[in-house]
Design a binder for this molecule. Structure first.
Ligand code: ZN
Length: 312
């Protein structure tokens, strides 16, 4: 009976620990899943992006206005076509006069408006369908190849590339041209949009210890000024006060009264490494979910508190 009870307690303890761990991991997951799918930078669907003929908004035939850019003329059938940003495939199917058409939905980072858009890749090879609806793709990932003359709508192999301004609804609105001039406004001009959203930000913020006020050590309080710089989130500064509670015994250091800017959440914790030195670990996350950590030595473990030079 006692043995059984012990087993039960152990099981309960184990499941408690497991639950706590699961909650901890669960708290981390949404941020990373979010970061993976965000369209934080764009590339052109062909590399190199050459052979542009019909531009966005051009009246290429009487009363018909092009929505998107035709490019790749002069490139052979079979030329690789790439996803222009991180996103989710919504359609990949043959359409009359359009060859294989791939639609990819993208969510822009908050810094770029946070809205959801759809990129359209037309005249691809039906026999080389490389993606399917629901599939997550990364920026620069090959999604197909240029189709033949028939698939190119009786023209030389090329891509029709458009960027629709709203989220995918399942309704087919992804024509290569419109007759109603007002509908052009539903589309971005790829020649403008792609270069504007080409900024690469796949790195976390840069964390620097800007200033360590030694004078404060006399009063057993030290101000630590941490400056964080990030491409998409801007600049943030945080002041962490380090309080040395028990000067003559073991050193207990608390980080109090942090001043944060909301664009870059900053957290910190104190660590004591084996060599007896105190360190503070600064953790900063940018708008697209990239996290950077920096461990900075703060005090030497002696009866007199000594500020160490910052390691940058
Ligand atoms: Zn076109």
């Amino acid at each position: 009976m006692g043995h059984l009870l012990l087993v039960r307690i152990n099981k309960a303890l184990f499941s408690g620990v497991f639950l706590a761990f699961a909650v901890f991991i669960g708290a981390l997951l949404p941020k990373f899943a979010f970061a993976a799918g965000i369209a934080d930078h764009f590339v052109f669907p062909l590399n190199p992006w050459v052979g542009n003929t019909i531009q966005h908004g051009e009246e290429f035939s009487a009363g018909l206005y092009h929505v998107g850019t035709d490019a790749g003329f002069g490139q052979p059938e079979g030329t690789p076509v790439y996803a222009v940003a991180n996103g989710v495939v919504k359609e990949s199917q043959e359409r009359s006069g359009f060859g294989l058409v791939v639609l990819i939905e993208h969510t822009l980072p908050e810094s770029a408006g946070g809205n959801t858009i759809v990129s359209v890749y037309g005249h691809l090879s039906v026999g080389n369908n490389m993606v399917s609806p629901g599939q997550e793709v990364s920026v620069g990932q090959q999604i197909g190849v240029l189709g033949n003359t028939t698939e190119a709508g009786s023209a030389r192999p090329h891509i029709h590339f458009g960027i629709h301004k709203s989220a995918y609804t399942g309704v087919w609105v992804y024509y290569g041209h419109v007759s109603d001039l007002a509908l052009i406004d539903d589309w971005y001009d790829p020649a403008v949009f792609i270069p504007e959203h080409a900024v690469v930000d796949d790195r976390g913020p840069k964390i620097r210890l800007k200033h360590l006020r030694r004078s404060m050590v006399v009063h057993d309080v030290m101000n630590m000024d941490v400056r964080v710089k990030d491409k998409t989130s801007g600049v943030a500064s945080v002041v962490v006060k380090l309080l040395n509670k028990h000067k003559h015994h073991s050193q207990v250091i608390q980080a109090i009264n942090p001043v944060e800017t909301p664009d870059i959440p900053i957290s910190y914790d104190m660590l004591e490494k084996k060599n007896g030195r105190w360190y503070i670990r600064i953790i900063a996350t940018d708008k697209v979910g990239n996290t950077q950590r920096k461990t900075i030595p703060v005090f030497k473990n002696s009866t007199r508190v000594t500020a160490l030079p910052p390691v940058l």
